[in-house]
Design a protein around this ligand. Structure first.
Ligand SMILES: Nc1ncnc2c1ncn2[C@@H]1O[C@H](COP(=O)(O)OP(=O)(O)OP(=O)(O)O)[C@@H](O)[C@H]1O
Length: 269
């Protein structure tokens, strides 16, 4: 079952003299909710996600997961990055089982659990293969199986599909929310891509920059699975783009529309 995430008045400076990167971030994510965090490059999305993962402690305020103060990483709140970071000398199954083995699970039991997960992520015929022989998309599937193996309450995704081809990306944008919804996992994804946010999230949080704040949000009440060409999807995309422009007028005025399009994209994947 998923966990709630409370972002309690978070402000962060990377050094005492620096201006805050994040300021007065306040939000609550419900158990099992799927949330996307969008904003311009450098607004602090990854910084905030790292705080949820316990990889970084805010200067002020805190993150609470199920009311527990987050002070360090945990297998219960797993993070997936843009690059899969697999061990090249191990095969698929060994890589997927790593978190469980670190957690002290016996090898046979860990093997059984990842077997099922590798079937689920479409790698049933690759289990014994060395990860170096996999495509980028297949490697991300191994990373996904590894993240799910410890039965996390929260899955944190930092632009996990941005290096993948459009076809694989679209597949994973459908599969990952399905898995989270089936298992009740709370998901937070950081993305530049408005379509990705709409395809995957129940709710989109919009961030401004200098300092990074949550300045808007949109509930995505579309049925699953979501199709990019559906009228509802397209009107949600327009609404989100409008909200993004409306909440970021200072920057749009300085940098113009071109910057906006290049930093937060409406992909047609
Ligand atoms: N360890 C660090 N020390 C100092 N400044 C940092 C550090 N990490 C990030 N920053 C700065 O904090 C700001 C926010 O960075 P962050 O990576 O969170 O943004 P982002 O919104 O995820 O960007 P992108 O979309 O380009 O990945 C940036 O200005 C960045 O340079």
């Amino acid at each position: 079952m998923g966990a709630s995430i409370s972002l309690d008045y978070i402000t962060h400076r990377f050094s005492a003299a620096a201006k805050p990167t994040l300021k007065d971030i306040e939000n609550r994510i419900e158990p099992g909710e799927l949330v996307a965090l969008i904003g311009r490059s450098g607004c602090g999305k990854s910084t905030l996600l790292h705080m949820m993962a316990g990889l970084l402690i805010p200067s002020d305020g805190c993150v609470r997961i199920n009311n527990h103060l987050v002070t360090k990483p945990s297998a219960k709140w797993n993070m997936m990055f843009q690059k899969a970071s697999l061990y090249p000398w191990m095969n698929v199954k060994e890589n997927a089982a790593l978190g469980l083995l670190f957690d002290g699970m016996p090898k046979a039991k860990a093997g059984e659990r990842v077997d099922t997960l590798l079937d689920m992520v479409g790698l049933h015929d690759k289990k014994e293969v060395n990860v170096q022989s996999l495509s980028g998309g297949q490697q991300q599937r191994v990373a996904l199986a590894r993240s799910l193996a410890t039965e996390p309450e929260v899955l944190l995704l930092d632009e996990p599909f941005s290096a993948l081809d459009a076809f694989t990306r679209t597949q994973l944008q459908e599969e990952v929310p399905n898995i989270c919804r089936e298992r009740g996992i709370t998901m937070v994804i950081v993305t530049h891509d408005i379509d990705e946010a709409i395809a995957m999230a129940d709710r989109v949080l919009i961030m401004s920059q200098n300092p990074g704040r949550i300045v808007g949000e949109l509930t995505v009440d579309l049925p699953w699975p979501r199709r990019h060409m559906d009228a509802g999807f397209q009107s949600m995309r327009d609404e989100l783009m409008q909200q993004f422009k409306g909440t970021d007028t200072g920057l749009a005025g300085r940098n113009g529309a071109d910057t906006e399009e290049s930093e937060v994209s409406e992909s047609a994947a």
